[in-house]
Design a protein around this ligand. Structure first.
Ligand code: PLP
Length: 277
């Protein structure tokens, strides 16, 4: 008999439950999204669905009906009744005995959770402390894949240093993005961030930050930033769906900005808020 062991329990390998055979578990073979609601209204749902569709195509998981995903999200959100909710969902290629080369007949697995977004107003006032870490990720970071070990290691390193986020730095010394956020710095009244061609996730928050900047008449420059430049920035802030715009008060050993949030970051926070009403 083929045998499996789950903790101390031995069982017939034919009786292993589907979740244990999920390719997401074996290989990180799946893609995910995180979106949120503000006061009972889901924010940027179509943007997230479009990115999810791109991620699915990027890892060649086919046959997913995006309209059905939208309906599931709406149904679960309705059931949860959480006005400020974080909605996480993923699709993996499916469950099967371990083999790198997938059986293309297996059925993808869908999983979703909804939870309340805690109060993060203090981080908007105090700002984040961030620390740099090498960007050890693969070359297709535009795909929101379940393979997040480099991001996990980066966040663990940041936590050990008492920091809230890790900022990833590529081999040429350029900042790509945060381990779980987009990265922005302000120089001489302009906002600067890496171009999307720099092996980063096309952040949805970034899209709305760029729109907010346009509304405010602030230039949005897509040009990579070095660590040394970042340390001398007038302001630094992060963008992430769950918290939108978060000021950064400390970058490695450098204090950033005289006030937190800095004036551009503060303007962006209030402009962004208009999108969420
Ligand atoms: C690596 C990375 N970059 C950027 C972001 C921000 O993306 P979004 O604005 O779509 O939440 C995230 C969000 O989780 C991320 O994990």
């Amino acid at each position: 008999m083929n045998v499996a062991m789950i903790d101390d329990r031995i069982l017939d390998a034919n009786q292993i439950e589907r979740p244990y055979l999920d390719r997401g578990l074996y290989f990180g073979d799946g893609v995910y999204e995180v979106l949120r609601s503000y006061n009972g209204k889901i924010f940027a749902l179509e943007d997230h669905l479009a990115r999810f569709k791109d991620s699915l195509a990027g890892v060649e998981i086919g046959g997913i009906d995006i309209d059905r995903i939208r309906s599931r999200i709406l149904k679960a959100f309705d059931a949860a009744k959480i006005p400020n909710a974080k909605i996480y969902f993923h699709i993996t290629r499916g469950s099967a005995p371990r083999d790198h080369n997938p059986d293309l007949k297996i059925k993808p697995n869908f999983f979703l959770t909804i939870s309340e977004i805690g109060d993060y107003s203090k981080s908007k006032i105090n700002g984040y402390k961030v620390s740099t870490y090498p960007d050890l990720r693969w070359k297709m970071c535009r795909i929101k894949s379940l393979n997040l070990l480099p991001n996990v290691l980066a966040r663990m390193d940041a936590a050990k240093k008492g920091c809230d986020e890790a900022i990833l730095v590529d081999e040429e010394g350029f900042i790509t993005e945060g381990a779980s956020s987009a990265f922005f710095a302000c120089f001489g009244g302009n906002i600067q961030t890496a171009p999307t061609s720099a092996n980063i996730l096309p952040s949805i928050t970034r899209k709305y930050i760029s729109k907010a900047a346009r509304n405010l008449g602030i230039s949005f420059v897509e040009k990579s930033i070095t660590v040394e430049q970042a340390k001398r920035a007038d302001e630094i802030f992060l963008g992430v769906t769950t918290k939108d715009v978060i000021p950064v008060a400390r970058f490695d050993d450098a204090a950033i900005s005289d006030t937190v949030p800095g004036s551009i970051t503060a303007k962006l926070i209030s402009e962004f808020e208009k999108f969420t009403r």
